[in-house]
Design a protein around this ligand. Sequence first.
Ligand SMILES: [Zn+2]
Length: 235
Amino acid sequence: MRGRWGLGQAPAPNTVHLLESRGVRVFSLDSEHQEVDAFSLWRDGVPYVFLNTAKSGERGRFDAAHELGHLVMHGRDRALNTPEAEREANRFASALLMPRADVLARMPSGAQVDQILSARSMWRVSAMALAHRLHDLALLTGDQYRAACRRLAELGYRSAEPGGIPRETSQVLPKVLSALRAQGLPPARLASALHIPLTELNTLVFGLALAPHPGGGRSRATRRPALRVLPSPAD
Ligand SMILES: [Zn+2]
């Protein structure tokens, strides 16, 4: 994949921008869907990726790379929802984000946790993901890897990424939204044309539909509706 896309061995760029530049439609998922990190699908020959934005920026990059793995490796004749497909997508993501030659060139054998923590920003991956990659590449023994994982978990790096990067967001969607606005189709009208609430549209487009847009002031579409209490339905 790196060869075909001409990425060489350098750390991966912004993954959302990368996928978009190759024709993948990337959308965000409502953070209330906590059980789903991400998913992807092909529809009419077009690849789609949906990312849950509740996780850390590093997790988001891994999820995007993982879904790219599914898009290029699974579906059709190869089952998508198997533990093996999950392992393959994880290995794909790990290798895409942390190229073997680059990691071998920069990381010592038997890296300590503080070295892992300072190195994670080179590839913009989670400390856990980097530790896993180091073990994959035999730079950490099984014991060293398990010890690193225990220490990282104690420091809070299993469920979060203290001191991590911000979430990556779309490069294409702001352009699309602004072009549609220019054509007289602000987000509120777009949502009603799609028969979904504006808030739902907003969760799909990285919150950009309700973001203030360039051109001065706030449009009608970005004004928050006043909340009111609805009467309960008559029995
Ligand atoms: Zn998966």
